[in-house]
Write a protein that binds this ligand. Structure first.
Ligand SMILES: C[S@@+](CC[C@H](N)C(=O)[O-])C[C@H]1O[C@@H](n2cnc3c(N)ncnc32)[C@H](O)[C@@H]1O
Length: 219
């Protein structure tokens, strides 16, 4: 299995930092959906700078944030304190989650589980199943093979995985790319509630779109 590598959040500053503090669009839907369902115990897996950790804590969830990057967890803690919310934070590798079985009602992992190879993704999905309560839901995104990144001449780990070689916080971080059929196979032990693909167009580089699958699953 490829070595795990955290994002380098130390170089994320200014406008770039502000981008990573603004919740993603679907997060508002998830807050509403999971509150309506009476869900309480929430995990933000690969929480980055904690934009969703803080959002869910403010909405009243018992919130845990988890990331491989010590900087990420330190900064999430500082932002949570500024926001006046209590959150439980841990540094660690998603390949071995330090949580009990059936610990969470709902898990959000936005642009996180793709940061390993094919063997690693299967292991993480087994970990998600282990820590979710029965009837619990997980919303996650996966890089799509339609993405510009998958066409790049970067070091290949396996048929689905490359190591991103480009200046920025993701330099040297593994990227796993999926297609629809692979996702159906990966989540065969879950009920798939929704699956769709989203294109994010970089305005300055119209040929360099990144595509992600969004997957909502239930245990
Ligand atoms: C694209 S960022 C997403 C952050 C956050 N989910 C958000 O939407 O703001 C990916 C995050 O996954 C973390 N990460 C990468 N590999 C990881 C691993 N093996 N275990 C835990 N976190 C990991 C990175 O350090 C980074 O903070």
């Amino acid at each position: 299995m490829v070595d795990s590598k955290a994002w380098n959040w130390n170089i994320v500053k200014g406008d770039h930092e502000r981008h990573w503090q603004e919740p993603a669009m679907e997060s508002y839907y998830l807050v509403s959906r999971w509150l309506t369902q009476g869900k309480k115990d929430f995990l933000d897996l690969g929480c980055g700078l904690g934009r969703h950790t803080i959002q869910f804590a403010k909405a009243g969830f018992n919130t845990s944030g988890f990331d491989l990057s010590e900087t990420s967890i330190k900064r999430t803690g500082e932002y949570a304190e500024q926001a006046g919310v209590k959150v439980a934070l841990k540094v660690g590798d998603m390949l071995n989650l330090p949580y009990d079985d059936e610990n969470f009602d709902c898990i959000y992992c936005r642009n996180v589980i793709s940061h390993t190879d094919t063997v690693g993704v299967r292991k993480i999905i087994a970990e998600l199943k282990r820590v979710l309560k029965n009837g619990g839901e997980c919303y996650l995104t996966l890089c799509s093979k339609q993405s510009w990144g998958f066409q790049q001449d970067w070091p290949v780990v396996d048929e689905n995985t490359k190591i991103r070689m480009m200046d920025g916080p993701e330099n040297g971080v593994p990227h796993f790319y999926a297609d629809y059929d692979l996702i159906i196979d990966l989540f065969k032990d879950f009920e798939i509630v929704k699956i769709f693909q989203v294109e994010e167009r970089i305005v300055e580089e119209p040929t360099a779109s990144s595509y992600h699958y969004h997957v909502l699953t239930r245990k």
